[in-house]
Structure formats: structure tokens, C-alpha cells
Design a protein around this ligand. Structure first.
Ligand SMILES: *Cc1c(COP(=O)(O)O)cnc(C)c1O
Length: 414
């Protein structure tokens, strides 16, 4: 048998201008590459994990002891959070796009009885789960939340904080209030909001579980750590019911972060083999976030999203999102139906914008960790060029007006 070794894999530098992953900060990449070879019980690795835990609590505004990183991506943290949901549990889940839709599927998988799971294992219809579908492009609002929780009185309620599929912010205050009023335990997908919006999870007592991801607002690498945070009530419920996982079990995983029996201990104990590189990268990402402050970053997102929004509107696009890290838009009428073509054209040139992943087809342009006028101007310029290259027309002077109005005359000289 001949052995075929492929050439070394070269991956080009691209402009990550989608919903995520964002542009991993160079400081994070540098710490990742500079970490020495060290095992998962080496002193500085363990210390780094404990320091990450303390920094994450500050970033997230919480005193929840069970606040740490789930090794993996957003879905890993979400899966860990949803592991507390057991077969037959009564659940209400609000969905308004691709990601909350997958969260809804996860909840149906977790809450399905063995018979329901066997009947349709990849898409189980769990009788105890009620999915409230809010149309793509709309937010989940107080009236919808109140009506569903008062009618169904579930054990668990679920919502995405920011639904990245449609770019919509949902009402987490109303969600938390309704959970308190109806004694439901709230679970939140905070994958897109952490590090982008200035919020403190301890201000939302109805929510017992939060899950995010490494590579969006936190500016770390994918497959490092997905931040999670659980209240004592969540952990108590989980301890009583148990759950069928070892690797991704919240209580077992927390031990390696120095959280044992609800208490912080000085040093983590073995749960699984963590990576010195990943710990170093995550540690730097959290340091960076705390140095810049979440409040400051949130203001920058608001400011720069407004520029991108107005610039694409000046090109004739219709923006339907209200997130501050992402613009979701319909193309001008004469380009309608060519969204995929435009996105593929941009991507082939290393300009990484995205389509929506579920109907309707729209274009998504993100600004994660692109919080300066150079980066936004580059994104605007490349998008306008792509429209022209596909035969569309854009009014360059209208675009320039927007850039000048926000960024000043300095732009013209560049
Ligand atoms: C990105 C995203 C996810 C999935 O995260 P991965 O890191 O790809 O696993 C889940 N929910 C929301 C709201 C997201 O934006």
C-alpha cells in the first residue's frame, strides 16, 4: 500500500466579517502560541484556570460559584446547560431563528421519553416540550413570554438572548420576570451577547443557567472554552435528578476549575485533560475584556454598528436586525434573489460575510472585534465593491457621507 502524505495545509488570512467567529485578537493568538508544553495538572495551568474562573465572574457580573468554561464551542456549553433537562420535563422554548431553533431541537432530544426518542431519534417530538415559534426577523417579546409561561407553567423555560440567525435581540428582562412569577427555571443561550452587550447576569434572578461561546464577543479561538454560569438552584436540581453524561457534566467539569461541592477550592482536581494552550488563550481573552471593560466595548459596538447600518442603507439595502455586532439585510430590489451569489463572491475574495442559514435568505455582515473606523470602512468598501462587481449600482457619495459624518474628515485623507 502506498502512503500518500498531503502537502502542508495552508489556510489564508481572511476578513472575518460574519456572525462569528470574530477576529481572534492577536494578543490571544500570541499567548496561545507562546504557552509551553505542560500537562493539565501543572501548577500554572491550574492557577490559570482558577484565575479564568474569577475573571469570567467579573465579565459576566455574577457571584454564581458555578461559572467556568466548558471545553468546546457554543453548542458544548449549551449541551452542558441543557443536560439538566430530563426526559418528561415540562419545557417552554421560544425560537426566532436558526440558533434558537437548534436549541429547541436539543431540548426536545433531552426531554423526550425513551419511546419518543426511539420513534424519531434525530427530530423527536417530545410531548412535554412546547416550542413557541416567533417569525424570523422578529424579537421574542414580553406578551408572548407571559402568555406562554402562564399557560404552560413549565419546569424549564428557554430563550436565546440574541438570536444570531435573524440578528434579533430578545427581551431577557421580561423572560426573567416571567420565570420568577411562574416559578420556571430560565435557561438562556447567551452565545452572541456575552462581551457585546453590557449586562450582568445577577440582575436576572429568573434565569438559572447561561451558556455562551469562546469566539464571538469574548474574542478567543473556537474550541477553547464556552463560558457557562449556573445558579445554586440549577445545581441543586441537577444533583437531585442526575444526568447521563460524564464528560460534559456541569458538576464534574467544575471540579477542574476548583469548584467542589458548591465551594471554591484552591486547586482544581482532575476531570479531563485540559490544554495549556487553550487555558493561556482564554486567560488572555478575559484579561483583554476586563481591561477594555464590557461597558466600553458595548458602546463601541453601538457606535460602529450604526455606521455599517447606515452605510448599507445608503446602498439601498433594508436592515432587519437590531443586534449591535451584526447587520442582517435584504439586498436592494434590483439585486433581490442574488444573496447567495453575492455572499459566495465575497467569500471567494477572502471577505467572510454570511447568508442566513434558514429561510428567508438574507445577508449577514458582522463586526466582532472590528471596533475601529479602519475596519468598518474596509468592510463597507468591500461590500459596495462586491455589489458593483455583480452589476448593481451604489451611490458612493451617499456612502462617503455616512462615513464622514461618523468618522470625520480624516477618512477622506486616507
Ligand atoms: C454561534 C451560535 C451558536 C453556536 O455556537 P458554536 O460555537 O458554533 O457551537 C449557538 N447559539 C447562538 C445564538 C449563536 O450565535
Amino acid at each position: 500500500m502506498t502512503v500518500h502524505v498531503f502537502p502542508q495545509l495552508e489556510i489564508p488570512e481572511t476578513l472575518a466579517a460574519g456572525p462569528g467567529p470574530g477576529n481572534t485578537d492577536v494578543r490571544v493568538l500570541q499567548r496561545f502560541a507562546a504557552a509551553g508544553v505542560a500537562d493539565h495538572m501543572q501548577e500554572d495551568v491550574l492557577r490559570g484556570m482558577v484565575e479564568c474562573k474569577h475573571m469570567l465572574r467579573q465579565v459576566w457580573g455574577t457571584e454564581n460559584t458555578y461559572t467556568f468554561g466548558a471545553a468546546g464551542t457554543g453548542w458544548t456549553g449549551l449541551d452542558m446547560m441543557f443536560s439538566a433537562v430530563r426526559p418528561g420535563d415540562r419545557v417552554v422554548a421560544f425560537t426566532n431563528g436558526t440558533f434558537s431553533g437548534i436549541d429547541g431541537l436539543t431540548l426536545r432530544i433531552k426531554a423526550a421519553t425513551p419511546q419518543e426518542l426511539a420513534a424519531n431519534s434525530l427530530d423527536p417530538q417530545a410531548a412535554s416540550v412546547t416550542i413557541i415559534e416567533v417569525p424570523h426577523g422578529q424579537s421574542v417579546t414580553k406578551d408572548v413570554i407571559d402568555a406562554a409561561l402562564s399557560t404552560h407553567k413549565p419546569k424549564w423555560a428557554f430563550m436565546a438572548h440574541w438570536e444570531t440567525g435573524s440578528g434579533r435581540i430578545n427581551d431577557v428582562q421580561a423572560f426573567s420576570d416571567a420565570c420568577v412569577e411562574h416559578d420556571a427555571m430560565g435557561l438562556i443561550d447567551a452565545v452572541s451577547s456575552l462581551g457585546v452587550e453590557d449586562f450582568r447576569i445577577d440582575d436576572y434572578p429568573g434565569v438559572v443557567g447561561w451558556a455562551s461561546c469562546p469566539q464571538k464577543g469574548i474574542c478567543c479561538l473556537p474550541l477553547t472554552y464556552a463560558p457557562v454560569s449556573f445558579t445554586d438552584r440549577f445545581i441543586e436540581s441537577l444533583k437531585q435528578t442526575g444526568t447521563c453524561t460524564y464528560g460534559n457534566h456541569p458538576i464534574f467539569e467544575a471540579r477542574h476549575w476548583g469548584i467542589v461541592d458548591g465551594q471554591d477550592v484552591e486547586k482544581g482536581t482532575y476531570h479531563r485533560t485540559h490544554s495549556a494552550y487553550v487555558v493561556a488563550a482564554f486567560h488572555e481573552a478575559l484579561r483583554l475584556t476586563l481591561e477594555q471593560t464590557v461597558a466600553r466595548r458595548a458602546q463601541d459596538y453601538i457606535r460602529h454598528e450604526a455606521v455599517l447600518r447606515e452605510a448599507v442603507e445608503a446602498m439601498g439595502c433594508d436592515v432587519t436586525s437590531n443586534m449591535t455586532s451584526l447587520v442582517v439585510l435584504n439586498l436592494p430590489e434590483d439585486m433581490a434573489g442574488r444573496e447567495m451569489e453575492l455572499v459566495q463572491h465575497c467569500r471567494s475574495e477572502g471577505f467572510g460575510i454570511w447568508p442566513t442559514l434558514s429561510a428567508p435568505v438574507q445577508v449577514r455582515i458582522g463586526i466582532l472585534n472590528q471596533l475601529n473606523r479602519h475596519a468598518i470602512t474596509e468592510i463597507v468598501t468591500r461590500f459596495a465593491r462586491a455589489i458593483r462587481e455583480l452589476g448593481g449600482t451604489v451611490d458612493q457619495s451617499a456612502i462617503d457621507d455616512v462615513l464622514h459624518r461618523y468618522y470625520g474628515e480624516a477618512i477622506a485623507a486616507e
